[in-house]
Write a protein that binds this ligand. Structure first.
Ligand code: GRF
Length: 200
């Protein structure tokens, strides 16, 4: 399966996926890495891994629709079958979500449906949650609301800061995301309404 990875920043999830592909653990091809920000470290990482990479800068487009059409063009040009959001800090409109229906994954640093949106780790600490974690899910029209594929839990400690918790969750993210993509690539994910069934 050909992946299109969308990232806005650091790119540590991109790194873990690229490593899994490189080692042969994950039978997939990264067709293109796309960032919406020219300065994203994800673009440097893509260069390190010698992956095709392009910046589709939101500022260069008048409307969200034109921006998303440019994204879709790049993805189609590289024959992308699965869109992987890896720290992509933009909401995609229903237009884009329908273009790639059930073919967009996202990773979120909480156990959804708890703590959607920004600063999920800080939300978990403020709430007093004793467990948090990460969720890999398919993207639907809502915010962090699509069908759940995999979740991994971590403890939240009394002395945690958002950064400490984020680091603990990130270690799980780096396992869960390649694993979820692998299940998809092997045709083992079946979506039935909200429910993702993992077949063996
Ligand atoms: C991760 O915590 C991910 O869950 C969230 O954004 C962060 C991206 O980190 N969606 P990175 O750019 O992959 O290092």
């Amino acid at each position: 399966v050909v992946l299109g990875i969308l990232a806005s920043g650091r790119g540590s999830n991109l790194h873990s996926i690229a490593k899994a592909v490189q080692s042969g653990q994950l039978a997939a091809k990264i067709g293109v890495v796309i960032s919406d920000k020219p300065a994203a470290n994800a673009l440097n990482l893509a260069a390190d891994f010698q992956l095709p990479a392009v910046c589709v800068d939101r500022k260069q487009y008048r409307t969200q629709l034109e921006f998303e059409q440019a994204l879709a063009n790049e993805l189609q040009l590289h024959q992308v079958k699965l869109v992987v959001l890896a720290g992509f800090m933009r909401i995609l409109s229903p237009y884009f979500v329908h273009l790639f229906a059930n073919r967009i994954m996202n990773i979120h640093p909480s156990l959804l449906p708890a703590f959607p949106g920004k600063n999920a780790q800080e939300q978990a600490i403020r709430y007093g949650a004793k467990l948090s974690g990460c969720t890999v899910h398919f993207v639907d029209e809502g915010m962090d609301s699509g069908p759940v594929i995999l979740q991994q839990a971590v403890p939240v400690f009394a002395e945690d800061t958002p950064d400490k918790l984020a680091e603990r969750i990130l270690q799980q993210e780096h396992q869960a995301y390649p694993q979820a993509i692998k299940l998809y690539a092997e045709g083992k994910l079946q979506i039935d309404g909200r429910l993702v069934k993992i077949t063996e």
